[in-house]
Design a protein around this ligand. Structure first.
Ligand code: AHR
Length: 346
């Protein structure tokens, strides 16, 4: 049996004991099972059902952006929870919002010989070299949540996540109706260079284009965090134009929740003096809507763990997948908040 390393009697059975090649072909799961069976017979050792089941599942490396928002925490929990439920070994790395940390994690997944790599890229660009290394190692890549800009689409198999442009459009359309086309807008932008920051800005601007009475007078990054959202909103309000701001568009709920604090500390009423629309649909946003402090949140669903591991199974089985897989999402305003709050999962 060429290339097969057999376990020594008494040696712990794991995937690297049994796999010496990287069979990223449609045969992978069957191939692994065959190796298991063969190795067991050959070595004359017996394995428990659980050992065999675990060894027959793909090992997945996942590089997460960080823990910058409630949305991200829910996303991490969904992915970790689903892996545990399915008995899949998940090598999880938190990049603390730094691309260089993500690149290091991806390289370590290559070194660890995982079967599939999934990651949520903090920014859109700068991934080609590491993605080429992964491709050379024969490991398929699934992108989650945020997309990348690459010249070669074969560097990843598929992307599962939200349509951020549409989310921005929904926020803008809602605002046009709510304000009847009259608004002096401050915008809290997400992480610079990230897909949601770029796309949510684009979609929103598209939706308000042609509304002569709607103007974005301030636009700055709050890095998707509550602390930064508060800090930047304070600066907006203290600026010479601060008094004229009557709308806040925040690219996520965490920044909006931080801004709400800043607005209150400035002696204003969030949700009344300043109409606020944001994106994500986290529980905190629903609570703020019930309290009348936030006006609308556009849903961005972080609960993609089950979808991700279905895709991992498909990829390992060699199925052809669409290049982009969307997540279903809605929009909620204050009138729906109290009824929806008890059933919010994140
Ligand atoms: O990429 C999704 C965005 O990232 C969410 O809107 C935000 O809360 C998170 O940090």
């Amino acid at each position: 049996m060429p290339g097969l390393a057999l376990p020594r009697p008494g040696q712990t059975l794991n995937r690297s004991t049994l796999r010496t090649t990287r069979p990223l072909s449609p045969m992978t799961p069957k191939f692994t099972s065959r190796l298991l069976a063969a190795a067991g017979l050959f070595a004359g050792v017996f394995f428990t059902t659980a050992q065999v089941a675990a060894a027959d599942k793909p090992v997945v490396g996942f590089s997460q952006i960080g823990a910058e928002s409630a949305w991200r925490t829910a996303n991490t929990d969904s992915i970790k929870g689903e892996a545990a439920k399915r008995g899949i070994t998940l090598k999880f790395a938190d990049a603390q919002q730094k691309q260089e940390n993500q690149i290091k994690a991806l390289r370590s997944f290559i070194a660890q010989n995982v079967d599939v790599i999934a990651f949520s890229p903090v920014v859109e660009t700068g991934w080609e070299p590491v993605l080429r290394e992964i491709k050379k190692a024969g490991i398929p890549v699934i992108l989650t949540d945020r997309a990348v800009k690459v010249s070669d689409p074969s560097l990843f198999v598929t992307f599962v996540g939200s349509d951020f442009v549409e989310e921005g459009r929904r926020a803008g359309k809602w605002l046009v109706e709510k304000t009847k086309g009259q608004a002096v807008i401050a915008e809290l932008v997400g992480t610079p260079g990230s897909a949601p920051a770029i796309d949510r800005k684009k979609g929103f601007e598209e939706a308000i284009a042609g509304q002569a009475g709607m103007k974005i007078i301030k636009s700055q990054s709050g890095d998707f965090t509550r602390a930064k959202g508060k800090e930047v909103m304070e600066t907006f309000l203290k600026s010479p134009e601060g008094k004229s701001i009557n709308v806040l568009y925040a690219h996520n709920d965490d920044m909006a929740l931080g801004a709400i604090q800043a607005i209150e500390e400035a002696g204003l009423k969030p949700g009344t003096d300043i109409v606020i629309v944001s994106i994500d649909g986290v529980k905190g946003a629903f609570e703020a809507m019930v309290a009348g402090k936030l006006n609308c949140t556009v849903e961005c669903n972080p609960l993609i763990g089950a979808q991700l591991f279905d895709l991992v199974a498909d990829v390992v089985a060699g199925k052809t997948l669409p290049k982009r897989i969307a997540v279903e999402e809605g929009l909620y305003d204050q009138s729906q908040a109290a009824a929806a709050l008890p059933s919010r999962q994140y």
